[in-house]
Design a protein around this ligand. Structure first.
Ligand code: ADP
Ligand code: ADP
Length: 229
């Protein structure tokens, strides 16, 4: 479940300036595909199109063979879990923010999700740095930590498709490693599309697509692409 197909997709925000110039690729059900490329190449646009924030102007996008134009945004939200590059959290505890992924989740499930995302130690913290339990200032979450809260939320929601957009997040190496290991767990047996800036963060992807100027410049496994460099 959750196979994604882009077939000759054309898209422009402004008709004078095409962003995607006929993009075709598949993410087979349960596999992980990474999109990398320079900033402005159109990577994040691909994730927005999958969520139907915008309609394409040519070609087709399908999920399990069904044209996206026939799918409502509400049902897309059930099928796709999104970890955006700039995660905006509710001004409530990290635990509350995780539970939002599935309000019926038990306390133990919330803790288990936090453990996988490696954020268990600040589950009581408010994202802006106020500790509700202690009643004084606690941690102020970095962008990468907020992204891990979004990953934990997605673990609880457990959608067949996961989109992780790490395109422009300036993450330190530790956080990058934590996100990578959390992602490896979440993406297992789930159709996953990773939007990444660097090749180094997507080593385990089944296929890497290099997007340049709205077109697919190269594609292959991590090893194959490194050999070409
Ligand atoms: P990437 O994720 O590869 O950095 P984006 O998909 O975010 O690239 O953007 C591709 C191009 O589309 C950029 O030139 C960007 O300025 C432009 N763009 C992005 N969003 C919008 C928008 N909402 N309206 C107009 N242009 C946009
Ligand atoms: P909700 O059910 O709360 O609306 P969503 O899955 O729609 O949750 O969105 C979760 C977060 O991801 C929100 O911060 C939203 O702004 C952001 N988001 C959703 N879709 C996109 C997208 N296509 N591009 C960028 N950010 C997105």
């Amino acid at each position: 479940r959750g196979a994604i197909a882009f077939k000759d997709v054309h898209f422009a925000y402004d008709p004078e300036r095409p962003i995607l110039k006929g993009i075709s690729f598949d993410v087979p059900a349960g596999k992980t595909v990474a999109i990398v490329g320079p900033s402005g190449a159109g990577k994040s646009t691909i994730s927005r199109l999958l969520y139907r924030f915008y309609d394409i102007q040519g070609g087709a996008i399908t999920i399990d063979g069904q044209d996206l134009r026939e799918v409502t945004q509400a049902s897309l939200r059930r099928v796709i879990g999104m970890v955006p590059q700039d995660t905006v959290l509710f001004n409530d505890t990290v635990a509350y923010n995780i539970r939002y992924g599935r309000p019926s989740a038990t306390e133990a499930e919330v803790h288990a999700a936090a453990e996988v995302a490696q954020i268990k130690h600040f589950i009581r913290t408010l994202p802006d740095g106020f500790d509700t339990k202690v009643g004084e200032r606690g941690l102020k979450l970095s962008g990468g930590e907020k992204q891990r809260v979004a990953i934990a939320r997605t673990i609880l929601k457990s959608p067949p498709i996961l989109i992780l957009d790490e395109a422009t997040s300036a993450l330190d190496t530790t956080t990058e490693h934590d996100i990578q290991s959390a992602l490896d767990v979440v993406s297992k047996n789930r159709t996953t599309l990773v939007i990444a800036h660097r090749l180094s963060t997507v080593i385990s992807a089944d296929e890497i697509i290099v997007l340049r100027d709205g077109q697919i410049a190269e594609r292959g496994t991590h090893v194959a692409l490194l050999e070409k460099e």
